[in-house]
Write a protein that binds this ligand. Structure first.
Ligand code: AMP
Ligand code: ZN
Length: 669
C-alpha cells in the first residue's frame, strides 16, 4: 500500500470507528461486536505505525496517551464551575420556585428537570472543533488538567466537527453501573481492594497520572452544560442540551421541560422510577430555569446559582447517631474508617456499622463523631454514611482528623502508615502487622485457596493475638495441646483443626499460588500460572519475560509475581512452608482428551453458575479437551448460561449457537 492508499483507508477506518463509538456509547445500539471493533482498530493502528506521518491527534488510536505525567497542571476555569444548593422535600422545591418568582416579578418561568448524575464533574474545551483540554472542577475556579485521561473516555468525542469556535462542555464522568460491578469483581479476583462505589472508582481513575491505566477503566461521560463559548449564543438551557446532542456529545436520555413547579415535582418522581434503567447512578434531579436571560438576572450566590437547585432522592435511608469511628485494616494494609452507630433498622436489617470509605469522604461530608448521620443502603452494597444532619450537631464536635485519630500510626500494630493516592487510602506499611496477618491467614485457608476447614475468624484472631502464629507456616506447627487451651475449643475440635491444616499439605498447586496472596494474582490467574509452570520452583524462578509467556499474564502481574518471589521475607516463608511439608501436587499433565462432549469444542460461559465458580467451570471444560473463550462468535459451539446472563445470550441465539443452561451443562460434564 502506498501513502495515498493508506491515507484513504485510514480516513475510512477513523470514520467507521467514530461511527461505531457513537452507536455504542451515545445511541446504545451497536451494529458490530467488540471483536469486530477491535479488528478495525488494530488495522488502523497498524497502518498508522507504517505511515507515522498520517497520525493525527484526533485519531481514535490517540485516546491512550504515552508516558505517565509527574503531576497535573492547573487549569483556570473561564466560567467558574459552581456547586448546587440541595433540597430534599417537595415543599423545599416550592420554596425555591417562590424565591425565583419573587426575583422575577410578573414573568413566567419555565423549568428544565434533568438527572443529577452522581459522577465526577469535568469541563472539556474544544477549539475549532478539536478537543484541547479536559479539566476537573477542583475548587470551582481552578481544576486539574486531566486531558490525557479525558481522551481515554470513549464516548467523549476527540473532535466535534461543526462545534462553535470555542466550546466548553460540562458534565459528569462516570463508571457505568455494569462496568463498576465487573471492575470490582475483577479487582477481587486479582486480590485488590474493591472500590467503594462507582463515584469513588471514577474519581480514583481520573486521578491516575498514567493515562494507560485510565484507558483500561471503561469510563463514560454525560454532558448537561457549557462553560465558555465563542461563536454561538443560546437563549434557553434546553437549546444547550439539544446542541450538545446534535454535536455528538452524550446527554441525559431523559430530561423534561416543565411549565411550573408542580410539573417539576411530577417529573422528579417519574425520573426516580427510571433510576434503575439509567447507565449511571443518580442521587437526585436538578431543576434549572430554562430562560438564560433570567439566569443573568437571578445571578448566583458565592457558592451556587440561584437559577438551579438539586432535589435529592431519599433512598433507603435512616438517621442515627455516630458514636465512634474505628479503623479496619485490610489484607494489603488498607485502613478503612468505619462508623460505629447506635443500632437502627434499615432496609430490613439492623445496622450498627457503616463504611465511611476514606479520609477524603469524611472531610467532604464533614462527618464528626457525635453527629446524627444519614446512613444509606443502595442495592447490594454495604451500608454507607452519606451525610450529616447539621442541625443536630452536638456543641463541641470537632472536624474529624483521620491521621490524628490514629495518632499517625496503624491502629492494629502501631506501625508506620503511608498514603496511597490511587485508593485515596492510608496503608499500614508494617509487613508483620497482626491485622494484615489475620486477613492473610483468612485468605490462605479460604475455600478458593487452601480450603482448610474449621479455621474461622475467631480462632485465627486468637492464634495471632496470642502469638501462636506469626506467619502462615506456623499453622503447620500447631498442636492439639496449644489449641485446646483456647476459647470455645474442645479437644475434639482442636484435633479437627490440626487435621484440617495437616490435610492441606498436598493441595493442588494453584491453591497455594492463590493462597500466598500475591498482589494481582487471583484465583483465575493462579490456575493459569499453575498450569503453565507446573511447579512452585519453576514459577518462583521465572523472570519477567518468562512469566509473561503464560496465558493472561500482563506486565503488571508479571512484575508483581517477580517481586513477590524476590522478596527475602517471602523466600523465607516459602522455605518454612516446604520444611513444614507443604508440597503442592503438580497439575495432571494435559493429554487432551480426544473424545467426550467437550473435546475440541469452543465454549463461552455467561452469568453466574450455582455449582461452580467461573474458573472451576472453565477448568472442567478444559479438562475435557474444550477451549474456553470470552466472546460469542460463529465459531462458538456452546454457550453455558447461568443466572443473570447478559448480552451474550441474545447474541448466541441470534447466531444459532447451542445454549446450555446449568442443568444441561452439569449433565454433559
Ligand atoms: P454538589 O456537588 O452536591 O454541590 O452538586 C453540584 C454538582 O452536581 C455539580 O458540580 C455537578 O458536578 C453535579 N451535577 C450532576 N448532574 C448535574 C446536572 N444535571 N446539572 C448540574 N450539575 C450536575
Ligand atoms: Zn498495622
Amino acid at each position: 500500500m502506498n501513502q495515498a492508499e493508506a491515507r484513504t483507508r485510514i480516513e475510512q477506518l477513523r470514520k467507521e470507528l467514530n461511527r461505531h463509538n457513537r452507536l455504542y456509547y451515545v445511541e446504545a445500539r451497536p451494529e458490530i461486536s467488540d471483536r469486530e471493533y477491535d479488528r478495525l482498530y488494530r488495522e488502523l493502528q497498524d497502518l498508522e505505525a507504517q505511515f507515522p506521518a498520517l497520525v493525527t491527534s484526533d485519531s481514535p488510536t490517540q485516546r491512550v496517551g504515552g508516558e505517565p505525567l509527574k503531576e497535573f497542571a492547573p487549569v483556570r476555569h473561564a466560567v467558574p464551575m459552581m456547586s448546587l444548593d440541595n433540597t430534599y422535600t417537595f415543599d423545599e422545591l416550592r420554596e425555591f420556585d417562590a424565591r425565583v418568582r419573587k426575583l422575577l416579578p410578573g414573568e413566567s418561568v419555565e423549568y428544565i428537570l434533568e438527572p443529577k448524575v452522581d459522577g465526577v464533574s469535568v469541563s472539556i474545551r474544544y477549539e475549532q472543533g478539536a478537543l484541547i483540554v479536559g479539566a476537573t472542577r477542583g475548587d470551582g475556579a481552578t481544576g486539574d488538567n486531566i486531558t490525557a485521561n479525558i481522551k481515554t473516555v470513549r464516548n467523549i468525542p476527540l473532535s466535534a466537527p461543526g462545534a462553535p469556535e470555542v466550546f466548553e462542555v460540562r458534565g459528569e464522568a462516570y463508571l457505568p453501573v455494569d462496568a463498576f460491578r465487573k471492575l470490582n469483581a475483577q479487582r477481587e479476583t486479582e486480590g485488590e481492594e474493591p472500590f467503594a462505589n462507582p463515584r469513588n472508582a471514577t474519581a480514583g481513575s481520573l486521578k491516575q497520572l498514567d493515562s494507560r491505566v485510565v484507558a483500561r477503566r471503561p469510563l463514560a461521560a454525560v454532558f448537561y452544560a457549557v462553560g465558555e463559548t465563542r461563536g454561538i449564543a443560546f437563549t434557553q438551557h434546553a437549546e444547550v442540551l439539544e446542541k450538545l446532542r446534535s454535536l455528538g456529545f452524550p446527554t441525559p436520555q431523559h430530561w423534561w421541560r416543565c411549565r411550573d413547579i408542580e410539573e417539576v415535582i411530577a417529573r422528579a418522581q417519574e425520573l426516580e422510577k427510571l433510576e434503575a434503567t439509567l447507565p449511571y447512578e443518580i442521587d437526585g434531579a436538578v431543576v434549572k430555569v430554562n430562560n438564560l436571560d433570567q439566569w443573568k438576572r437571578l445571578g448566583t450566590t458565592a457558592k451556587a446559582p440561584r437559577f438551579a437547585i438539586a432535589f435529592k432522592y431519599a433512598h433507603e435511608q435512616a438517621q442515627t447517631r455516630l458514636t465512634a469511628i474505628t479503623i479496619q485494616v485490610g489484607r494489603t494494609g488498607t485502613l478503612t474508617p468505619v462508623a460505629e452507630l447506635e443500632p437502627v433498622p434499615l432496609a430490613g436489617s439492623t445496622i450498627a456499622r457503616a463504611t465511611l470509605h476514606n479520609e477524603e469522604e469524611i472531610r467532604r461530608k464533614d462527618i464528626r463523631i457525635g453527629d446524627t448521620v444519614i446512613v444509606e443502603k443502595a442495592g447490594e452494597v454495604i451500608p454507607a454514611v452519606v451525610g450529616v444532619v447539621a442541625e443536630n450537631r452536638p456543641p463541641g464536635a470537632v472536624p474529624f482528623d483521620f491521621v490524628k485519630h490514629i495518632q499517625g500510626k496503624c491502629p492494629a500494630c502501631g506501625g508506620p502508615i503511608h498514603r496511597d493516592p490511587e485508593f485515596v487510602a492510608w496503608r499500614c506499611e508494617n509487613r508483620s502487622c497482626p491485622a494484615q496477618l489475620k486477613r492473610a491467614i483468612e485468605h490462605y485457608v479460604g475455600r478458593r485457596a487452601m480450603d482448610i476447614e474449621n479455621l474461622g475468624e475467631v480462632l485465627i484472631n486468637q492464634l495471632v493475638d496470642r502469638g501462636l502464629v506469626k506467619d502462615i507456616a506456623d499453622l503447620y506447627a500447631l498442636g492439639v495441646e496449644q489449641l485446646a487451651g483456647l476459647e470455645r475449643m474442645a479437644e475434639k475440635s482442636a484435633s479437627n483443626v490440626v487435621n484440617a491444616i495437616g490435610g492441606s499439605r498436598h493441595r493442588e498447586l494453584w491453591r497455594l499460588v492463590h493462597g500466598l496472596g500475591i498482589l494481582h494474582v487471583g484465583e483465575g490467574a493462579a490456575r493459569k500460572l499453575a498450569d503453565h509452570f507446573r511447579s512452585l520452583e519453576a514459577l518462583a524462578g521465572a523472570d519477567i519475560e518468562t512469566l509473561q509467556r503464560a496465558e493472561d499474564v500482563g506486565p503488571v502481574m508479571a512484575q508483581s509475581i517477580h517481586d513477590f518471589f524476590r522478596n527475602p521475607r517471602n523466600q523465607a516463608l516459602l522455605k518454612r512452608l516446604a520444611q513444614a511439608g507443604v508440597r503442592p501436587v503438580e497439575p495432571e499433565s494435559r493429554a487432551e482428551p480426544q473424545e467426550g462432549p467437550f473435546a475440541g469444542k469452543t465454549v463461552v460461559i455467561t452469568g453466574t453458575l450455582s455449582q461452580y465458580s467461573r474458573e472451576e467451570a472453565q477448568e472442567e471444560i478444559r479438562k475435557r479437551g474444550g477451549r474456553v473463550t470470552d466472546s460469542v462468535s460463529k465459531k462458538t459451539d456452546y454457550l453455558v448460561v447461568g443466572a443473570d446472563a447478559g448480552s451474550k445470550l441474545a447474541k448466541a441465539q441470534k447466531l444459532g449457537v447451542s445454549v446450555l443452561d446449568e442443568a444441561a451443562f452439569l449433565k454433559m460434564l
